[in-house]
Every structure is written in structure tokens, then in C-alpha cells.
Design a protein around this ligand. Structure first.
Ligand code: NAP
Length: 312
């Protein structure tokens, strides 16, 4: 079968680190064009300054992958859907719940495929953990998600704007694992957000969760963006039967009672493109709202603290 032609909108860090290499290696997709406000291309494909120019010049390209910051995603995805495209979106989806709900309804109305990616979910160790928790239940969960904003978002001032998510930009990856593996719904109980005094989004978040379970498992998470010792992306669960599970490396390593039982390389972005191909075959959308709702609730319930200024 001929490969599907896809265009990338927004050629920034994640497009260059992940989307372009994964599309280059894909059996399902081939890059047909880029849309880049700065005119960034890839190999010899055409580059357009706006999506409208792409849609006019290359109507045969039916798929787009949107890799911009979330603040501009609603308008870009709406325009793509209106032009008859099937759409894959980077995380976080949009800046507000009402925007993503609008996109879901609009895609449905136009009978287009809309895929909200959550890359951290595409790990075999995450799947294995979900299966174990479905069997054994949950006694406690502690999530620690610490990384360096200077390493992962170098110079990206949009992350510090209102609607830029701050440390909840990586924190939503943790929530995408958490909501996927839990065998029952979880809710934000309380949260504390620490903002650099000169910025509009948080650098540190501490949150506790609750559930409708009669035994009320002890569940909490901490996100921090000033960790310079390397990434700490860990989900630690004690199951209802006392098994000690540690998902480390953002979901790539599973330890059971201290022993590594599963470890694999980076398969996340290959996984989301495989999933997109399956959704296109089935002509189905997939928008899992749970991670975004948890993050939104952290802001709604968040007690605010001011911390030191942040400067690059
Ligand atoms: P980035 O380096 O700032 O790239 C975003 C790109 O989007 C820009 O380079 C720009 O590309 C385009 N763009 C279009 N409109 C823009 C606007 N109004 N403001 C700024 N840029 C605009 O950001 P990124 O790290 O790639 O993140 C993009 C998305 O991927 C975010 O939602 C982020 O959460 C997600 N993500 C990032 C990482 C990571 O490691 N950084 C990992 C996973 C997911 P052109 O100049 O080509 O138009």
C-alpha cells in the first residue's frame, strides 16, 4: 500500500527530535510538506508559511500532525478539520477544556479523524502496570516528575505564559500514565502551585488525589522543573496485595519488588504514529480527556505560592 502523505505544522523541538525521524522511518507515513512560520523544512519537501497555503497548493495531503504550542492549536486544528484533513495533535491538547471539546464536536460533525496523542502512554511497561493493577488493586501511589526546563524547553518563553502550563506541560505526561493505569477514576483533592514571581505559570506543583474507593488509597504527585541532576520520571505504586511497583524512566522500566522485570527503549512516537494509522484505517477518533482534566483541576483547586524569579 502507498504510504499516507502527512504534513507537519510547527517545526520546533519535538518535531525535530521525534516526529520527523519517526515519519522518515515509518512504513505507513511519508512527509509531504511542512508548515513553518520561520520557514523550517525537512529534506526536500515543500515548506509553507501558513496551513492555508499548504491546503491550497497540495489538496492531496489529507493528514496533518500539529506540533505547535497549545495556545495556537485550537485555531490550527479547526482550520485543518474545515479543510477536510484528519488531524493528530501534540499534547497538551489546547489551553482550555472548552476548546478541546469544541474540536471533538467539530471533528465529529465533519466526520474527520481527530487523534489526541499522549506519548507517555505508548510504553509496554505502562501496559503491564495497568494489567497488574487491574488484578491487584491499589493501596498507594506516589508520582515524582522532575526535569530541567532549560534542557527540555530551552528558551521557550511560551511555557511561562498564562496558558503555557508551566511544569504541568511535562506533568500532563505523568497524568496520562496515571489515568491510564488506574483501575478506578481519580480526582484532584488539593494542589499547591508555586510560580516564579516573574512568570505566569508554575515551576513546582504538589498535588494529592482522591477516589470514590471505600479504602481511599493514599495518592499524590510532585512536579518540578528545576531538576538539573537528570530526569526523575517515576510512578511508584503499592498494590492492594502489597506488591511494590516502580515505573521509571517515564514508563520505560518496570521494577517489581526492586527487580527490573521489563525495560525497553524509546518506542513512544513510533507508537503514536502506529495508533494514528490504525485510527485512520478504522476512521475513528481518539481523544482521551482524563489527563487534561486532572491538570485543569490542579489549576482550579490550586493554592498559589510565589517562588524566586526564573530567568533562562
Ligand atoms: P517549540 O520548540 O517552541 O516548537 C513549537 C513550534 O511551533 C515553533 O518552533 C514554531 O515552529 C511553531 N509555532 C507556531 N505558532 C507558534 C506560536 N504562536 N508560538 C510559538 N511557536 C509557534 O516547542 P516544542 O518543545 O516543540 O513543543 C511543541 C509541543 O510539543 C508542545 O505542546 C509541547 O508540550 C509538546 N512536546 C514537547 C516536548 C519537548 O521535549 N520539548 C516533548 C513532548 C511534547 P515554526 O517556526 O516552524 O512555525
Amino acid at each position: 500500500m502507498a504510504k499516507r502523505k502527512i504534513a507537519l505544522i510547527g517545526v520546533g523541538k519535538i518535531a525535530i527530535d521525534q516526529h520527523l525521524p519517526v515519519i522518515d522511518a515509518s512504513d505507513d507515513f511519508e512527509l509531504a510538506a511542512t508548515v513553518s512560520t520561520r520557514g523550517i523544512g525537512h529534506r526536500d519537501v515543500p515548506v509553507f508559511r501558513t496551513a492555508a497555503e499548504l491546503y491550497e497548493a497540495m489538496p492531496e495531503v489529507n493528514l496533518v500532525s500539529v506540533c505547535t504550542p497549545p495556545s495556537v492549536r485550537h485555531a490550527i486544528v479547526r482550520e485543518a478539520l474545515a479543510a477536510g484533513k484528519d488531524v493528530m495533535m501534540e499534547k497538551p491538547p489546547t489551553t482550555t477544556i472548552s476548546e478541546i471539546e469544541d474540536l471533538i464536536a467539530y471533528a465529529k460533525r465533519l466526520d474527520r479523524v481527530l487523534f489526541q496523542t499522549w506519548h507517555s502512554q505508548y510504553n509496554a511497561a505502562v501496559e503491564r502496570t495497568k494489567a497488574i493493577l487491574a488484578e491487584e488493586g491499589v493501596k498507594s501511589v506516589r508520582i515524582d516528575w522532575r526535569e530541567s526546563v532549560r534542557k527540555w524547553h530551552p528558551g521557550q518563553d511560551w511555557v511561562w505564559e498564562a496558558g503555557g502550563f508551566g511544569v504541568c506541560d511535562p506533568g500532563i505526561n505523568a497524568m496520562s500514565i496515571f489515568s491510564k493505569i488506574m483501575p478506578f477514576p481519580v480526582f484532584v483533592g488539593a494542589s499547591r502551585l508555586t510560580f516564579p514571581a516573574n512568570r505566569q505559570s508554575p515551576v513546582d506543583v504538589e498535588v494529592s488525589f482522591k477516589s470514590g474507593q471505600p479504602h481511599q488509597p493514599d495518592m499524590s504527585a510532585g512536579f518540578n522543573w528545576l531538576e538539573e541532576s537528570g530526569e526523575i520520571w517515576t510512578v511508584h505504586v503499592v498494590t492492594g496485595t502489597g506488591t511494590d511497583l516502580k515505573l521509571e524512566g517515564g514508563g520505560r522500566r518496570l521494577k517489581i519488588n526492586g527487580e527490573t522485570v521489563l525495560e525497553h527503549g524509546d518506542e513512544e512516537y513510533a507508537g503514536i504514529y502506529d495508533r494514528f494509522a490504525d485510527l485512520l484505517d478504522a476512521h475513528e477518533s481518539d481523544v482521551d480527556m482524563a489527563p487534561f482534566k486532572l491538570i485543569a483541576d490542579m489549576f482550579l483547586l490550586g493554592a498559589r505560592e510565589n517562588g524566586p524569579d526564573f530567568n533562562w
